[in-house]
Design a protein around this ligand. Sequence first.
Ligand SMILES: CCCCCCCCCCCCCCCC(=O)NCCO
Length: 570
Amino acid sequence: MWFFYVAIVIIGFFSPKLIDKYNRKQKLRTLIKQRAADRKINFEWAKNSFQKLDESRAVEISAKPFEELRNSLKNGEIGPVETLRAFQRKAYESTEKTNCVCFFIQEALEIAENLEHLATDPNYQKPPLFGVPVSIKESIHVKNLDSTAGYAQKINNPSDANSVSVDQLIRLGAVPFVHTNIPIALLSYGCSNGVYGTTLNPLDNSRVPGGSSGGEAALVSLGGSVLGIGTDVGGSIRTPASFCGLAGFKSSSDRSPQLGKTASIPGRQLLLSVEGPIAKNIDVCVEYLRLKWNDPLLYKKDVYMPPVKFQENLYNSEKPLKIGYYTFDGYQTASPAYQRAVRETVAVLKELGHELVPFEVPQPDHMYSIFCAGATADGGLYLMDSLANDIIPPEADIGFPVAKLPHFIQRLLRKYWHHRRERQIIQELPHDTEEMRQMHEKIEDYRHEFVLAMRAKKLDALVCPAFGCPPPHHGMPNKILGANSYPALYNLIDFAAGTVPVTVQKQEDEVELRKMKTEDSWDRRVVTESKNCIGLPVSVQIATPPYREEMCLRLLKQVEAKIGLYSRTH
Ligand SMILES: CCCCCCCCCCCCCCCC(=O)NCCO
């Protein structure tokens, strides 16, 4: 009988909470339905807009690479409005194939019309990006549009102003024209959320396009945009760029506006997300960054940014550099094609006169564990709480199961959890204020140790795999966290880093894959997911210390010019 009373008390205690949760989720589902309806109307608006331009003219315009497009707009061969309509069509077709666009920015038409009007004045000086349509990641604020970061709970909260970078793009003459898809919470290298659904990799629809700037990469790869702006706190620019065969670059955090931006975890201290470009080649990224950093108003809009202009002396330098390289970071064995990409890049850089020496990443296990702790900030409380109150499709899952357990259980499991790397991560997740201070101290110490290791070899730069494996299938990213260690390191130490595709997966890589030794489930999945990827692009990563961004861009450019996939195929 007592059992019956206890059961009544427990049900009585929990049922209001469960009902409340159920009701909240129902409200979110309604919001998602409304959002889908709004999106349909928005897509119809885009269709009406691009149908006003003859299809063959649209094809002619959208086939132009960045520089040609810019010149045609500059010399008046094409106009901003028809260019916008041409890219609206291409973006529409791209999103039909991959679901990469969240919303078309309707103000884009006004901006383009205004540019067209201004250009009728013979004394008008066209700004450097006059009429160039640029795509923007959903989490970057665009006035009157939501930045939901994939959370249904953030639907119907339109931004009241453009972000610093969107404002700057408009000032430079560009036309921000679409918001592109992301994974929920931005903390995945997949690209799926309950609000906008899943974005597919344009090169293999069964695989992820990368994340979190996955919509950008899919769109740029399909030619729906010549320049996309993404954000990166753990590889979110470089990984999708790599998975879709594009160039991507993230600066150190000081060289990217931080004021007023959306962060996956607001209040995070040492791992700051940065905005950066994704494009078909590194030249486009360089040109964008040159304009961005040479704009004096940027440093007035974000007064915290050190006013460091584009350093042409570093970019154009012909001085040979001393460069460290590694094919294995000591944490996650990269799949064979990614190791080969490094070897081939090393050979090219040597040929160009640089000195290349092997480099060992200090304390690799510690490195990735403190990255996860730093990236989630408070032991995962904010993240897990936000996710628990939202709608998460299975392929949008974040983190591994044990990291989602309540802290008191994680504390019990910390010493004994069977999966070595998962155990190391939960050991580093801070569970109280003292551990949080210690986490920051560990990140500071690690940066010091890393810089000393570079200085001991007098290194200017580092070359390594862009990622640990080719794009996995949907739903797999959170089950192969280790493969993210290659980009994540450079967020942990706040270096500049970029990636360019230098090869494709070949039969020989598939053969090597079969010989790979595996220790745990992450390794096994890296091997399985890397199979049957023949022809998919494979990128290399180059990194330099903060304020040497232009040196990193110089090396990326040199590598791309010699073995870049884009330079070979276009
Ligand atoms: C609850 C704790 C879970 C611990 C593990 C979670 C680690 C998260 C690491 C995920 C991989 C990062 C992908 C890229 C994220 C990124 O760069 N986002 C861009 C934000 O601007």
